[in-house]
Design a protein around this ligand. Structure first.
Ligand SMILES: [Zn+2]
Length: 395
């Protein structure tokens, strides 16, 4: 019954021609440990759609009798790439920004393809491969590894976030995330809208607190699931400071990927997820997540003994100490995202010029990446003058 409905609902979501399967829940894997935690928290049996290729996205499937999320194996690679670029020592920040911009353009191109916009896919795809002399890190080892805080966050944060969209946000709306408090936080974060290049031209309505709350609740759900999963899966239950750092970073990467998706949907005339494109919303999500992590850790690691500093205050300070060195990296990701979005929206730059430059550049470093992109275009069955030309150059 469910399988029949999935056969109808999944292909339009992940893209026609993309292979998928229902993840077997009976295997004794870390994935199933995480799905068990999700099941207990949602009080519903989650279904995971495993997508081998396809766009590197993690997507919830609404409208089915149980929570369903499609998870692409390639999302591991994108997550690892951004993490590596942001954290590798010794890279000049200009290089970091450029690499993140190219990664964002690549993601925009593939998302545009999935949403049926071949011209945007060509514009972003050409720019993603232009002047690119690096390949994404290999995700092969990652495929088997879930034994560190970093791996756990890479594998499961986006997944748990999407399942978090099936959690009930109403208790939060009555609690700390009322409309009024979300509005206050958004006002305080407004300076971040300097990175907002989507602007009111494309958006048709103001940002609604309920939308920001929905994303925030999904982030908090993901954090709760991962803290619990770390205790079960990592040697010694994982190190709380590393868990906090990886969760904050993963949340930033998820918000950046969602921004790409929101923009592509908006350009395709779908305004349902326009809230994802506001940088201030990301800032609010991150602030609430920090406060939540401090509370969760204070609860989990309370000794029961009287201590000179109350637990929550102590963990607030620890979380702030972890977040502070990550801030420049996440700000840079925000800037790189804005660069990519600006490129996607810049219709004064002819795609033909990008293709001409790419034609003389395509080198061996590009091949693995380009092959995946070309396969995706071919599987999608999408065509367009520029997209066909791009495939010809890369293929
Ligand atoms: Zn979300």
């Amino acid at each position: 019954m469910l399988l029949q409905r999935l056969r109808r609902a999944v292909p339009p979501l992940v893209g026609g021609g993309v292979a998928w399967s229902v993840y077997p829940r009976e295997l004794p894997t870390p994935m199933n440990t995480v799905l068990d935690i999700v099941a207990a928290r949602l009080r519903a049996d989650p279904t995971l759609i495993w997508v081998d290729d396809g766009t590197p996205e993690v997507l919830a499937l609404p409208g089915l009798p149980q929570p369903v999320v499609a998870w692409s194996r390639r999302s591991l690679r994108t997550g690892l790439l951004i993490r590596t670029v942001l954290l590798t020592d010794g890279l000049p920040s200009r290089t970091r920004r450029e690499l993140c911009r190219q990664a964002a353009l690549h993601l925009l191109a593939e998302t545009a393809l999935r949403l049926g916009n071949p011209d945007l896919a060509a514009r972003c795809g050409a720019a993603a491969f232009l002047d690119r002399d690096w390949a994404a890190p290999h995700a092969d080892e990652l495929e088997a590894a879930t034994d560190s805080e970093a791996h756990l966050a890479l594998w499961f944060f986006a997944l748990a976030h999407e399942f978090g969209h099936f959690a009930d946000p109403r208790p939060h709306a009555r609690g700390p995330l009322t409309d009024a408090s979300v509005r206050t936080m958004l006002l305080a974060a407004q300076h971040h809208d300097a990175h907002d290049v989507v602007g009111d031209v494309l958006r048709r309505r103001p940002l609604r607190p309920a939308d920001v709350r929905a994303e925030t609740v999904a982030d908090l759900f993901a954090a709760d699931v991962l803290v619990e999963a770390a205790a079960l899966l990592l040697p010694g239950g994982g190190h709380p400071v590393r868990v906090i750092g990886e969760l904050l970073l993963a949340a930033g990467v998820v918000a950046a990927a969602e921004r790409c998706r929101g923009l592509c949907a908006l350009l395709a005339g779908d305004a349902r997820s326009d809230h994802l494109t506001y940088p201030a919303a990301t800032t609010v999500r991150s602030a609430v997540l920090r406060a939540h992590l401090a509370a969760v850790m204070a609860d989990r690691y309370s000794t029961g003994r009287p201590s000179p500093t109350p637990g929550l205050q102590r963990w607030d300070r620890i979380v702030a100490g972890v977040a502070e060195p990550l801030e420049p990296a996440l700000d840079l990701l925000d800037l790189a995202m804005a660069d990519a979005v600006r490129h996607a929206l810049d219709d004064t730059l002819p795609v033909e010029h990008l293709l001409d430059r790419l034609r003389v550049q395509a080198g061996p470093m590009l091949r693995a990446e380009a092959r995946d992109f070309v396969h995706l275009v071919q599987a999608s069955g999408r065509h367009g003058q520029f997209l066909d030309e791009l495939v010809f150059i890369l293929g």
